[in-house]
Design a protein around this ligand. Structure first.
Ligand SMILES: Cc1cc2nc3c(=O)[nH]c(=O)nc-3n(C[C@H](O)[C@H](O)[C@H](O)COP(=O)(O)OP(=O)(O)OC[C@H]3O[C@@H](n4cnc5c(N)ncnc54)[C@H](O)[C@@H]3O)c2cc1C
Length: 500
């Protein structure tokens, strides 16, 4: 009835089979162990919500309102004791080594209880993703060991990511825009390293982090081709903290200003420099920077989608609890048909948000840069091979050749169509899920009447917290444009995107 080649041609037509049914395509390719791990991390998150978050969330939000410069070290220490800052680090260096696939469901769970506290934990992994995307094996290992040491000594060592500048937010999130932006963070190449001058703003966890993954530029006239990723440690001469933003929501997670004033970063802390240490693979410097940024954002936007699902769920659960015990006109709210319709709508929004981030999660699992770790033979090999086997290669991983080989392999494996799916679905889930979170908050407030506005009822806090999700990790407008670029415009070569 249909030949193989005919089937292939038809399935490659828009919408391509993999784009349309990414989860169906991905699920059979994933190892079964991933399901077990995901169940485990979700259960851990539920336990943490019960034992730590639920009792503290409103109290901490109130404290932050009264004392905006307070740093939530107590909470960060608690998360550190639970091992959350290294939970997805590899088993080979003594960590749990959970699959990255299990991370978004964990995020949803924690975020459903408190978006601010979820960010206090998970934005660390944005830094981890930037570091991992640089594929600098020596530095990845070095900084991961610091987090592990921080867990052993009860002094958290977490990462922040510094991309946004006072005059450039959206522009630095997209390589097509960065050359038009007002970029000022300059990393000048000097003997033995870089000298950095400039300021970064709105950096989540800045004041709480030990290491900052800094994105700077070695030529401000053409930043898209001159991106440098540097790891900056607290205490480095010329680096200081500025103010903490007084913001609407997620108050417990500081948004910090980072100031670099003739700050010297030695070569050993250069994660990646697009001009100097990338293997020759035919990709331009701009394409290299774009692939690094896309790899990072495809993963982090999936995470923010999971935050969105958590926000949508938190609003739903708050409204449901209220409806189950509040009487209106002599009847429980939950028994009024109009309230049942609102609750069903909210449930749908929560479910749609989850499906959205899971689709992106599946895409990252089979097409993303970390897909190799979900490939069944690699997954089971790294799971069941004794750690001492990997120790044999410890010295090799410290050498620059390891980084070179890894980068070469990654860049040779780079495929534009895979990148379009992961980046496109990352943007799709980011704006879909976070819009649904805000929608659910509005529905909760509508149903709860004046009670919804009271701090102790939690709904207004979830709305304040959720609103921020529409802005960070690229505004939802930018993410709509990115979806257009990745998944729609590719079939129309005459289309111009990011040109205004
Ligand atoms: C709570 C919070 C935490 C954050 N954490 C971090 C962090 O850890 N690290 C970090 O580096 N940054 C962080 N940010 C910064 C965040 O990434 C930026 O706020 C975001 O990228 C938007 O930039 P902007 O605020 O400068 O808005 P602008 O870029 O000034 O945009 C303003 C408006 O114009 C629209 N717009 C701008 N350019 C375009 C365009 N080309 N096409 C269409 N619309 C456009 C935007 O969509 C928006 O509606 C955080 C922000 C917040 C609020």
């Amino acid at each position: 009835m249909i030949s193989r080649s005919e089937q292939k041609t038809l399935l490659n037509r828009t919408p391509r089979f993999e784009d349309m049914l990414c989860s169906l395509y991905a699920a059979p390719r994933m190892p079964g162990g991933v399901v077990k791990e995901t169940k485990k991390v979700v259960a851990i998150a539920r336990k943490f919500n019960v034992q730590v978050i639920r009792a503290r969330t409103l109290e901490l939000d109130k404290k932050m309102h009264e004392e905006p410069d307070y740093l939530a070290w107590d909470f960060v220490r608690e998360a550190n004791r639970w091992g959350f800052y290294s939970m997805w680090y590899p088993k080979q260096i003594g960590c749990k080594g959970y699959s990255f696939f299990s991370m978004p469901p964990f995020i949803e769970e924690i975020a459903s209880a408190c978006l601010g506290m979820a960010n206090l934990i998970m934005v660390h992994y944005l830094g981890v993703t930037v570091l991992a995307s640089s594929m600098n094996v020596r530095l990845i290992r070095r900084l991961f060991m610091d987090t592990i040491e921080g867990e052993k000594t009860d002094s958290p060592c977490i990462f922040s990511t510094a991309i946004t500048e006072p005059g450039a937010g959206t522009d630095v999130e997209e390589t097509e825009l960065v050359d038009k932006g007002n970029i000022t963070c300059y990393a000048q190449k000097v003997p033995g390293g870089y000298r950095v001058n400039g300021t970064k703003v709105f950096i989540s966890n800045g004041h709480l982090a030990t290491w900052h993954m800094l994105i700077a530029y070695s030529d401000l006239k053409k930043p898209s081709e001159n991106m440098v990723v540097l790891a900056v440690k607290n205490g480095t001469k010329g680096f200081s903290f500025g103010k903490m933003e007084k913001k609407l929501g997620q108050k417990c997670c500081p948004a910090s200003e980072l100031i670099f004033n003739d700050c010297f970063i030695p070569d050993e802390y250069v994660c990646a420099d697009m001009r100097m240490d990338m293997p020759k693979t035919g990709l331009s410097k701009k394409d290299l920077a774009a692939s690094l940024l896309d790899d990072t954002l495809a993963a982090s936007r999936c995470g923010v989608g999971a935050f969105g699902a958590g926000g949508a769920r938190g609003a739903f659960e708050t409204a449901l609890k209220f409806a189950a015990k509040t009487k209106v006109k002599g009847r429980l709210l939950i028994n009024h048909e109009w309230a049942q319709c609102i609750l069903a709508e909210m449930y749908k929004n929560m479910l749609a948000a989850r499906l959205a981030y899971m689709e992106s999660n599946y895409a990252n699992g089979v097409f993303g840069p970390m897909a190799v770790f979900q490939y069944k033979p690699v997954y089971y090999f790294s799971k069941y091979m004794p750690v001492r086997f990997f120790n044999l290669f410890e010295n090799f991983f410290r050498k620059p050749v390891a980084t070179k080989l890894l980068r070469r392999a990654r860049l040779l494996a780079f495929k534009q169509e895979n990148n379009q799916i992961t980046a496109g679905l990352g943007s799709f889930c980011k704006f879909s899920a976070t819009d649904l979170a805000v929608k659910n908050c509005h529905l909760a407030l509508e149903m709860m009447g004046q009670a919804g506005l009271r701090h102790d009822k939690n709904a207004e806090k979830i709305l304040r917290d959720s609103k921020l999700l529409q802005i960070y990790e690229g505004t939802n407008q930018l993410n709509r444009l990115n979806l257009f670029k990745c998944l729609i415009a590719r079939d129309f070569p005459q289309t111009v995107v990011f040109d205004e």
